[in-house]
Design a protein around this ligand. Structure first.
Ligand code: MLT
Length: 387
């Protein structure tokens, strides 16, 4: 197997790949690509490519639907960098409530002042702020990161409101029981002093912060965005910031329209830039790729369903990517039946327009049978693992 790294990937992750795996010189020679934030939306992919694994949570730099059409599985690493992003969000929250940035700039500009101990006592009133205790924070998106942020905010003495139409049982169980989960984002907009976004950028969330939703927010609310720039209508936010409707915007994903405004604090996408997060993401991204290439198992994919038959140990495991339409499974089992080989285990899963089926066979399968499977309408790709 050959892999290609589109961004530097932590060594600990690359060490998870079997010794037989080689680094490809050219992207078109790769069976799998490891990526962090490199833009892949305009890339064409070779027939050889089987998987792309993103060492991070968001996958809006990868053309996942186009990959699904070609049977290329796109993986991500949900939760692997959640602690790093949570910690930076808490810093953002503190920087929004205390003018530490203004104060530090003042100290820098007075570094030659021999009397600074006295001067600063006069100057500090300019940098006074507010405490977080007792304020309300609305957390939009209660996935791996949002849950951690909500729980820490609770410990800081804040009232926490959470909104997530896709809240999973796992994340609900991790959430501090006193977090008030609401059914409508408007409840968050209307009653929060601070609003923090922890959702992916999708068709449904793109531009979700716009003139209408900003208008629903409390006057002088603070907005934190350590998720994606695309969640924001930049021009509308710039207007709200200039009008003072939004008191402060702290972001890890800066955009052109709001940069330079006095009430904006921006970091250069540092959320997951910690040694620990980079290591966790790289290890998870590599493990997902190896389990897929070696066993056909899919975990944490954004364009194919989770599906596993455990380690491949039978003479042949046949993995079939297909459209999620009627009669594909019956066509598959009928062709496999004609091979007179015993089918010892199978699993079939679907997600949206796509589906994936795995068959463990007690003896090897003829290439003619595999060709017949490839010929079934709506079959996208067939992967055979022989032991
Ligand atoms: C993510 O998608 O996981 C975050 O934006 C962090 C990152 O990619 O560096």
């Amino acid at each position: 197997m050959k892999y290609y790294c589109l961004n530097p990937i932590a060594e600990a992750g690359l060490l998870r790949l079997p010794e037989t795996y080689e680094k490809a010189e050219k992207i078109e020679d790769a069976d799998a690509i490891l990526v962090r934030s490199a833009q892949m939306l305009d890339l064409e992919f070779s027939e050889k490519l089987q998987a792309i694994s993103r060492a991070g949570a968001g996958t809006n730099n990868i053309p996942s639907p186009r990959c699904a059409e070609k049977g290329i599985v796109v993986f991500n690493t949900p939760g692997a960098n959640a602690n790093g992003v949570k910690e930076l969000t808490i810093l953002a929250l503190l920087l929004a409530s205390r003018d530490v940035k203004g104060g530090m700039n003042w100290v820098d500009s007075h570094k030659d002042d021999e009397d600074i101990a006295k001067t600063m006592e006069k100057a500090k009133a300019e940098f006074a702020g507010n405490e977080l205790k007792g304020k309300t924070i609305g957390v939009i998106g209660l996935g791996a990161i949002g849950v951690l942020v909500a729980n820490v905010a609770k410990h800081l003495g804040m009232k926490v409101i959470g909104f997530d139409p896709y809240l999973s049982v796992t994340h609900a169980l991790l959430l501090d029981p006193s977090v008030h989960v609401v059914k409508n984002a408007d409840e968050v907009y209307e009653s929060s002093d601070y609003i923090t976004l922890h959702v992916p950028e999708t068709a449904a969330t793109k531009g979700m912060i716009n003139a209408e939703t900003l208008g629903k927010m409390k006057n002088h609310a603070v907005l934190l965005n350590l998720a994606r720039a695309g969640l924001i209508n930049e021009a509308d936010l710039a207007d709200a910031l200039s009008a003072g409707k939004i008191r402060k915007y702290v972001t890890d994903v800066p955009d052109h329209a709001t940069m330079g405004l006095p009430n904006v604090i921006a970091f250069p996408h540092l959320g997951a830039s910690t040694e620990e997060s980079e290591l966790n993401c790289a290890v998870m991204a590599a493990d997902e790729i190896v389990d897929f290439l070696e066993n056909g198992n899919i975990t944490n994919s954004v364009n194919y369903p989770a599906c596993s038959l455990g380690p491949a140990s039978k003479p042949a495991r046949i993995c079939v990517f297909h459209k999620n339409v009627p009669n594909v499974i019956s066509a598959l089992t009928s062709i496999l039946g004609s091979s007179r080989t015993n089918l010892s285990d199978m699993v079939s899963k679907s997600a949206g327009d796509f589906a994936y089926a795995m068959f463990d066979m007690d003896s090897d399968i003829d290439d003619a049978i595999i060709s017949a499977i490839r010929g079934i309408p709506d079959v996208i790709r067939v992967k055979v693992i022989r032991k």
